[in-house]
Design a protein around this ligand. Structure first.
Ligand code: MMA
Ligand code: CA
Length: 264
């Protein structure tokens, strides 16, 4: 038999159980409230397409960027190549310009050397001409007469052939040498007997001029040379001025006037 108290206790347990089951039901509802409702298969496909499209877009963008980057870098590279080629050409131009300048400089150097040599020659020639001019002035001042490339001077005193020659040599000249008809004619204007630079002292009959050359063209007076009376007539003078052929051999120790010649 169930007592009242027991009945009370059971009923309270019942109530508790109902409470618990009610709370459980409430909490189950609240959990189900938070659950995403299971998607339908069409929706899933839609999501997949959207996500794939998104990924494709990203891929496309990445490709675009990389393509742009490649083109940009390629253009930059081309520019650099062109610039490098330009610089190469410029450098080559400089090098060839420098080479031609070097050649020009060497040519100039050669020309300069030639000019220097020419100038030295001219300077030497100039000095030579100056000396000649000074010599001309000197002989003219001393009263020498110029004729056909030589100066001549007639002495005012008389000496032996040897002393006459010495006098000429002291004046930078020598006794006259006659090589042509013109010179022969020139020599006849002086009316005294005058020594000239011809003798055969070394070998009898071998007439030699004072410059060491042998006699070729001669202007002996008729009958000369005769080594008159074997008097050692080894020296020659101009004796017969009024004749084309005026020479005579005479003893070298005789004293006559003399004529000096200075070849210019
Ligand atoms: C001079 C003398 C000679 C010359 C004869 C010619 C008398 O001597 O000048 O040398 O040959 O004259 O007659
Ligand atoms: Ca004679």
């Amino acid at each position: 038999m169930v007592s009242f108290e027991e009945e009370l206790e059971i009923s309270s347990i019942h109530e508790n159980l109902e409470d618990v089951s009610a709370r459980n039901a409430a909490s189950r509802r609240s959990v189900e409230d938070f659950k995403v409702p299971a998607a339908a298969p069409g929706m899933k496909m839609y999501r997949l397409v959207v996500v794939s499209f998104g990924l494709l877009c990203i891929l496309q963008a990445a490709l675009n960027i990389s393509l742009r980057l490649t083109l940009y870098l390629e253009a930059g590279c081309n520019n650099l190549t062109e610039e490098r080629d330009d610089l190469k050409r410029t450098l080559e131009n400089y090098v060839s310009q420098q080479n031609s300048l070097t050649e020009e400089r060497d040519e100039m150097k050669r020309i300069n050397l030639d000019l220097e040599a020419g100038r030295n020659l001219l300077t030497e020639e100039n000095h030579g001409l100056k000396r000649t001019l000074e010599e001309y002035a000197h002989y003219l001042q001393q009263g020498w007469v110029y004729f056909s490339g030589s100066f001549y001077r007639i002495s005012s005193t008389m000496k032996t052939w040897q002393d006459s020659r010495r006098d000429c040599q002291q004046r930078g000249a020598d006794l006259m040498i006659i090589n042509s008809q013109e010179e022969q004619d020139f020599s006849r204007q002086y009316k005294n007997i005058i020594w000239i630079g011809l003798m055969d002292r070394d070998t009898e009959g071998e007439w030699t001029w004072v410059d060491g050359t042998q006699l070729t063209t001669s202007f002996w007076y008729s009958g000369e040379p005769n080594n008159y009376l074997n008097k050692n007539e080894d020296c020659v003078n101009i004796n017969h001025h009024d004749h084309q052929n005026s020479w005579n051999d005479a003893p070298c120790e005789n004293e006559y006037f003399w004529i000096c010649e200075k070849k210019m």
